[in-house]
Design a protein around this ligand. Structure first.
Ligand code: SF4
Length: 230
C-alpha cells in the first residue's frame, strides 16, 4: 500500500468508539477562539518526507491542534516548540506550523502519532493504543528502509516506538532501553544501525515549567539530524 493510500485509509478509521466520539465532539463544540474554523475531527496520518531519515514519534493529536488543522503538531503550542526546533536544526523549512496550507515542509523527516485520534486528557487507554498500533506498523513498513534516527517524544512515544520496531523485526538491546531526555539506544534493522533518541514531550506542561528548554530539544533533534546525514 503506498503512503497516500494508507493516509486515506486511516483518515476514515472508527475502530475506537471513545476516541471517535471525543474527536467529533471537540470538532463540533470547538474552542471559542476557533469558532469560525472548520475542524478536521478525524484521525491524523503521518506527515513529512516519504523517504525520511528521521522519524519523530509523538503521542496523539491535540484536541484543538492536529484534530483541528488535520496535520500533526500543527496549530498548537507543542507544535510551535517542535517546529521551531526542527527548523533550527535544519529538519523543517519554517519555524512555525500553523495550518495545513502554510507551506511548511519537513526535510528528510516524518512525524507520526502512536495513536492517531485525539484522546480525552491526552491519555489513550492501553486498548486504544493497541488498536491503533497497526497504523503505525503499516507506516513504519513503508518508510523504515530510509530511517537513520527515531526521535521518541515522551515515555509514551518511546515505548510505542520500541514496540513498533520490535514488531517490525528490528534488533532492540536488552534489557529494554530506558526513556529519559537525551536517552539513546542503538537499534539495528537489516544490518544497519538506527539511533533511537528520547526527548521530553514538548507539551505545555513541560515547556511552561522549564522541564524542557529550547536548548534541550535542539540537542536531541540536532543529534537526530546529524545521524540522518551520516
Ligand atoms: Fe482508528 Fe487509531 Fe483513531 Fe482508534 S485511534 S479510531 S485505531 S485511527
Amino acid at each position: 500500500v503506498p503512503l497516500a493510500d494508507l493516509e486515506a485509509q486511516v483518515s476514515v478509521c472508527r475502530a475506537c468508539p471513545r476516541l471517535v466520539a471525543w474527536r467529533e465532539e471537540v470538532a463540533t463544540d470547538k474552542r471559542a477562539s476557533y469558532a469560525d474554523q472548520p475542524y478536521w475531527g478525524r484521525p491524523i496520518a503521518g506527515w513529512g518526507s516519504a523517504t525520511p531519515r528521521v522519524l519523530v514519534v509523538g503521542l496523539a493529536p491535540a484536541a484543538h491542534g492536529g484534530n483541528r488543522t488535520g496535520r500533526i503538531f500543527t496549530g498548537d503550542r507543542s507544535g510551535d516548540w517542535l517546529f521551531a526546533s526542527l527548523h533550527r536544526v535544519g529538519l523543517a523549512t519554517q519555524a512555525t506550523s500553523e495550518h495545513a496550507g502554510d507551506g511548511q515542509r519537513l526535510v528528510d523527516a516524518r512525524m507520526v502519532a502512536a495513536v492517531r485520534c485525539a484522546p480525552p486528557l491526552n491519555k489513550p487507554t492501553t486498548e486504544e493504543r493497541d488498536t491503533c498500533a497497526p497504523w503505525l506498523d503499516a507506516e513504519l513498513a513503508l518508510v523504515q528502509e530510509h530511517v537513520r534516527a527515531v526521535v521518541a517524544l515522551g515515555s509514551f512515544g518511546w515505548d510505542a516506538a520500541l514496540r513498533a520496531v520490535r514488531r517490525a523485526g528490528w534488533d532492540v538491546p536488552t534489557p529494554k532501553p530506558r526513556f529519559g531526555h537525551g536517552a539513546e539506544a542503538h537499534l539495528r534493522v537489516r544490518g544497519r544501525d538506527v539511533l533511537l533518541l528520547g526527548s521530553y514531550h514538548p507539551s505545555q506542561q513541560n515547556t511552561f515549567t522549564g522541564k524542557l528548554t529550547e536548548p534541550m530539544l535542539d540537542d536531541v533533534l540536532g543529534r537526530a539530524a546529524a545521524a540522518a546525514r551520516m
